[in-house]
Design a protein around this ligand. Structure first.
Ligand code: MN
Length: 502
């Protein structure tokens, strides 16, 4: 996973010269205290750099231009300590290309009842200074995250931390290289899309490769490398007896290891952050990559099956956002329903490619027939996933815009064992119910492929949609179908009017 230590967020403070030098000195001291305090907080996984108090149009323009140009600056936090007349901000904000969070806070937590006088009032004007700044951004139609709360509060810091993580994901998306190995699964619609538009709106570059590009790496793998990786498999997983030394499918395990090593070399050599494959275009690959894809996802690579490059890029970005947080993030597919007497559930899985970052227990390493694709039986990791809140996210191309669709779900332990199911799996109850959620999902055009995450929640996806300037639609416990249909219709008008340059 990417090293985030070199990344930073700039903390800028707005003021003006009206109040005199003494006040401005205090503003500078206070803003440094806040910036340093945020810098030391591990909730925010990126260093916060204090960039001073901006009091003139030229200072503002200069600072924001420098932020744009600074490779390691992934976003800015702006705070209006006092009133900062916002026409001063127009020139700077009009060129700002980095994510922006407006921290609407003030230095003091409570009003000093016995002490408050006009000097105090002049120094602490965030309540109206933040509104002036906010008006300008809204007037300019600039997306940003607005966080209101005292800067010491956990709630405000968690929101900043979420936004900072999304800014890291956004930074990772810019110039992200996705290798699309083989084309799409034939005739499938939802995994298609406009790659030029995706690069313009989201930053990732998706380019095509073929299995022969991969085979030179796979064929070059040595027996020593294969044996070394199999030792790692044996130390990490419960091996099926056929896959053990002397077992009937040992050669298939060696082939799976060869594919994993070759695929990883191909990805590293090309500096790719994600990839897709397709079971209809496996060329000389002996088996559909199963354990290889699962383990590469766990290492942080994005993946989409059947040519699904949008999900591959989204998965990678969400893995970056969730780095270090509890819970995993995986490629997922709504596979089969359980229309239960008490409640209805979804069994999520894929043919093979579920990331072991969401495993609840030590995975089993198994081999079974696939039934489609016409290749040898693939080796895969089989496991269940822990109960708890999660989201499913789909990125779809609506023809004039991208839509991010989220469904909040509750992962459940399956009511009974599934002894014959040969793939990793998750059971979940969608919010507010399967009946409403699946109808809403289908009305919104959501894909069968998703990114499933227990580390990243809806707020992350909301921040991502705002930074990218794309549509967000959420299905949660408050979703009602009639209102949901109206939301889709009104969004249709909004994007018809405002979407530029598709
Ligand atoms: Mn699929």
């Amino acid at each position: 996973m990417k090293d985030t230590a070199s990344k930073e967020i700039w903390f800028i403070t707005g003021s003006q010269h009206l109040y005199g030098e003494e006040t401005l000195k205090q503003v500078a001291v206070n803003s440094r205290v806040i910036a340093n305090s945020l810098d030391e907080d591990s909730t925010i996984p990126v260093s916060i750099k204090h960039k001073g108090v901006l009091t003139t149009p030229d200072e503002i323009y200069q600072a924001l231009m420098e932020a744009n140009a600074a490779e390691n600056c992934i976003g800015l936090i702006a705070w209006m300590h006092t009133f900062s007349p916002a026409k001063m901000w127009i020139r700077g904000l009009s060129i700002l290309s980095k994510p922006l969070a407006h921290l609407h806070t003030q230095f003091n937590e409570e009003i000093p009842w016995g002490e408050i006088d006009m000097d105090f009032m002049n120094l602490n004007q965030s309540a109206h200074g933040g509104r002036e700044f906010g008006f300008m951004l809204t007037r300019m139609r600039k997306n940003r995250k607005v966080i209101t709360g005292h800067w010491k509060s956990e709630a405000a810091r968690e929101k900043l931390g979420t936004w900072a993580r999304v800014a890291l994901g956004w930074d990772d998306l810019q110039g992200m290289k996705i290798a699309r190995i083989g084309d799409n699964m034939r005739e499938v619609a939802v995994t298609e899309g406009d790659k030029v538009a995706a690069q313009m709106k989201l930053g990732m570059a998706v380019n095509g490769y073929e299995v022969p590009d991969l085979m030179q790496w796979i064929n070059g793998v040595s027996d020593k490398e294969i044996n070394h990786l199999i030792e790692e498999y044996e130390a990490s997983y419960l091996m099926a007896s056929q896959l053990k030394t002397g077992g009937g499918a040992r050669a298939a395990l060696q082939e799976a290891a060869r594919i994993e090593i070759g695929l990883e070399k191909f990805l590293k050599n090309g500096n790719f952050k994600g990839f897709t494959d397709t079971f209809e275009g496996l060329g000389d690959l002996a088996q559909l990559p199963g354990i290889a894809v699962q383990r590469l996802m766990a290492k942080g690579y994005g993946f989409g099956a059947e040519g699904d490059w949008k999900t591959a890029a989204l998965l990678r970005a969400m893995k970056v956002m969730g780095t270090g947080l509890d819970g995993g993030t995986s490629f997922m597919e709504d596979y089969t329903y359980h229309f239960g007497k008490k409640e209805s559930l979804v069994l999520g899985a894929h043919m093979l490619e579920i990331c072991p970052s969401i495993a609840a227990e030590k995975p089993k390493c198994e081999i079974h027939p696939l039934g489609i694709g016409g290749k040898a039986d693939p080796v895969r990791l089989v496991f269940g996933s822990p109960a708890g809140p999660a989201i499913n996210v789909s990125l779809i191309d609506m023809g004039n815009r991208f839509r991010l669709l989220v469904n909040e779900v509750d992962a459940r332990q399956p009511e009974q064992d599934l002894p014959k199911l040969p793939v990793a799996r998750v059971m979940w109850k969608p919010q507010p119910s399967l009946e409403i959620a699946a109808s809403a999902w289908i009305l919104a055009g959501g894909a069968h492929h998703t990114v499933y995450s227990q580390s990243v929640n809806t707020e992350f996806i909301e921040d991502l949609a705002d930074i990218a300037g794309i549509e967000l639609v959420v299905i949660d416990q408050n979703t009602r179908l009639r209102e949901f249909k109206d939301l889709l219709r009104s969004n249709e008008v909004y994007y018809h009017v405002f979407e530029k340059g598709w």
